[in-house]
Design a protein around this ligand. Structure first.
Ligand code: AHR
Length: 624
């Protein structure tokens, strides 16, 4: 193949092309990115959290008695907070017994690490002792322990630190009153001190770092379907997820489990700031999932018109919460949570893959117009969903065009062949219409995990996204996270369990694009000697220049079973030196374990590079 470049036709492209889609699906939040180690800490799990009948899924889920001299019951009289009605009453007849929690598939403990324990407690009757807190490993050894202060007859938060003298992959935590009698307990919590950036109520350091390593330019949250829920009562309401943990409103997660809201809007925004990514919250367009059709828990239309003003105010309040001065009502809530400076929110998504019915259109229009009028500085992202939703996709585009919505969110999950054959998808887009946020996409082999074939077809397609970076503003692979043994959706980008993070081959493609982004697109041509379409569509290239380093980055994808010998002509580019950084991801099509290898490459004005069979190569060049 002969490769040359035409820098005279360079164009500006989006500086936010690669971001991430975070949805609380597959235990991505509780039991996942959110570092809380106690499951059902607020005793709020309920039978109604799950669509399948599971009688163990109740306020006692994950809790048990350790020892032989105690019992516990669940009470709701005079709770810590009205939003967290349930709490445990532990009755101790013989000291030494206590209330144990098994965590999310066990509590992972590391030797020498410190853990922050907290609990709301009050004595019932005369019991005024302290609480001994222990971490116990699989062999019943105590591997960490500490005591709280003396509890009294009023709800109060107690905190203590445990330091582990041994490791365990599956420990449990036990709270052991030091006197007999009854004690009420709620919001029993254990966090590693080693959270991402050491944040309180923070995120799991290894997982958060794996995400940060993509260098995402934005984070979309909290979904997906989680954003609009499967009924009005299940809609994600941002204002219920900020403030003190005990005052947040936990709820049923649409993916069939429980959502504590401990990872709420404050934590999402904080994470964005910590990784230098734009927050992209997505709020329901006043309608739940598939607004007027059957979805999960029943049939419901949108928010009644008489309540829409209130809902629109909630959307506007989010902007005040994120960006308002600390003297404003909502700015003060943010400041009180420890962030007096604004979060500089720039984007808001309204709607997620909704059916474009009159119910939707009416509500979306009201919200869009209100935000546009009050906050013209905010870019509203509308929704058109997947093109295979047929008329909804077309009607979504019609509505966006009519309202002049600045950007719309498209979704598609397709087989690798679709990505190979549709690299011109955005070449054909009308540049005068809304910009595109490709908010959810992935190459799917039905029922099978990511492999080199899916990853390379995504890489191939991403070269076309860079080429169309003047109309495609943002993109995010979906879904991002999945906890092994707890997945509702396959494939996902990053798998994990309590002790390990397992990025997929698709993750490395996202990371190579994220870490090698640029704001200028430099057109180039690849001339293959074999001109047949099924051959030429399997080799692709994109070239960008990074504004800060001025590096020029050439991305080359070869999805052919043979290597391609390329003669690369760099003479039109102002390359400095003769050494480039070369990253290569390669493997056989069904390889699921491949990871990129990084090395150096000798370059000159004219040089040869062999694109390995089934590979993605990134050549990073210094410029004069
Ligand atoms: O990414 C998983 C789901 O796919 C999202 O929740 C939804 O928006 C889409 O249908």
């Amino acid at each position: 193949a002969a490769i040359s470049f035409q820098p005279e036709n360079s164009k500006r492209i989006s500086d936010k092309l690669v971001g991430i889609f975070f949805e609380d699906i597959n235990y991505a939040a509780d039991g996942g990115l959110y570092a809380e180690l106690v499951q059902n800490r607020g005793f709020e799990y309920a039978l109604s959290d799950r669509k399948n009948s599971d009688s163990t899924w109740n306020s006692s889920k994950s809790w048990s008695i350790e020892g032989f001299g105690a019992s516990f019951s669940i009470d709701t009289t005079e709770p810590v907070h009205i939003n967290n009605k349930h709490f445990a009453v532990l009755k101790v007849e013989k000291t030494g017994s206590g209330l144990a929690n098994e965590g999310f598939d066990g509590i992972p403990v590391k030797t020498g690490e410190k853990y922050n324990f907290s609990v709301f407690a009050k004595s019932v009757g005369d019991n005024k002792g302290r609480l001994l807190v222990q971490l116990i490993d699989e062999n019943k050894n105590v591997i960490a322990q500490s005591k709280t202060g003396t509890i009294n007859g009023k709800w109060k938060k107690y905190e203590t630190v445990l330091e582990a003298n041994a490791a365990s992959e599956k420990a449990k935590i036990v709270v052991i009153p030091q006197t007999t009698g009854e004690v009420a307990l709620d919001m029993i919590s254990l966090f590693p001190q080693n959270t991402f950036k050491g944040r309180k109520n923070g995120l799991r350091a290894d997982l958060a770092q794996t995400i940060a390593d993509i260098h995402p330019k934005f984070v979309r949250f909290p979904g997906g379907c989680v954003a609009h829920g499967d009924g009005l009562a299940n809609m994600y309401r941002w204002s219920r997820t900020v403030g003190p943990l005990e005052a947040r409103v936990p709820q049923r997660n649409i993916w069939n489990y429980h959502q504590t809201a401990g990872l709420g809007y404050f934590e999402y925004f904080q994470f964005c700031e910590d990784i230098n990514a734009e927050p992209v919250p997505v709020l329901a367009a006043g309608v739940p999932c598939q607004n007027s059709s059957t979805c999960g828990h029943g049939q419901q239309g949108g928010i009644p018109m008489c309540d829409m003003d209130e809902y629109i105010q909630e959307v506007l309040d989010l902007i005040e919460w994120a960006n308002g001065d600390k003297n404003t009502k909502w700015g003060k809530v943010r400041a009180d949570a420890g962030h007096p400076e604004p979060f500089h929110l720039k984007y808001i998504g309204i709607g997620n893959e909704d059916l474009i019915t009159d119910i939707f259109e009416e509500r979306f229009t009201m919200i869009f117009n209100a935000v546009k009028e009050k906050h013209p500085e905010i870019t509203v992202i509308g929704t058109v969903g997947p093109f295979y939703m047929g008329t909804d996709y077309e009607e979504g585009w019609e509505l966006a065009t009519k309202l002049e919505v600045p950007m719309v969110d498209e979704h598609y999950y397709q087989p690798p062949g679709w990505f190979i054959h549709n690299q011109d998808f955005y070449d054909r887009y009308d540049r005068s219409k809304s910009k595109v946020y490709l908010g959810e996409y992935a190459a799917h082999l039905p029922g099978r995990p990511n492999n080199i074939e899916t990853a390379l077809s995504e890489a191939l397609y991403m070269t076309s996204l860079e080429r169309n970076g003047d109309v495609v503003e943002m993109t995010s692979y979906a879904p991002l996270l999945a906890k092994e043994g707890n997945t509702q959706w396959t494939p996902d980008l990053i798998y994990f369990n309590n002790n390990e993070v397992k990025p997929t081959v698709g993750y490395y493609v996202q990371k190579l694009f994220g870490q090698n982004a640029g704001e200028t697109y430099i057109p180039g041509t690849i001339q293959l000697s074999d001109k047949r379409e099924n051959i030429s569509k399997r080799v692709a290239m994109s070239v960008v220049q990074d504004a800060e380093s001025k590096d020029i980055i050439i991305k080359l994808v070869n999805l052919l079973p043979a290597e391609v010998n390329a003669g690369i002509d760099l003479s039109a580019l102002n390359i400095a030196g003769s050494e480039a950084v070369l990253s290569v991801l390669e493997g056989s099509p069904d390889d699921k374990m491949a990871a990129p290898k990084v090395g150096s490459l000798q370059v000159s004005d004219q040089f040869n590079y062999q694109l390995p069979a089934y590979s993605f190569s990134v050549i990073r060049l210094k410029t004069i």
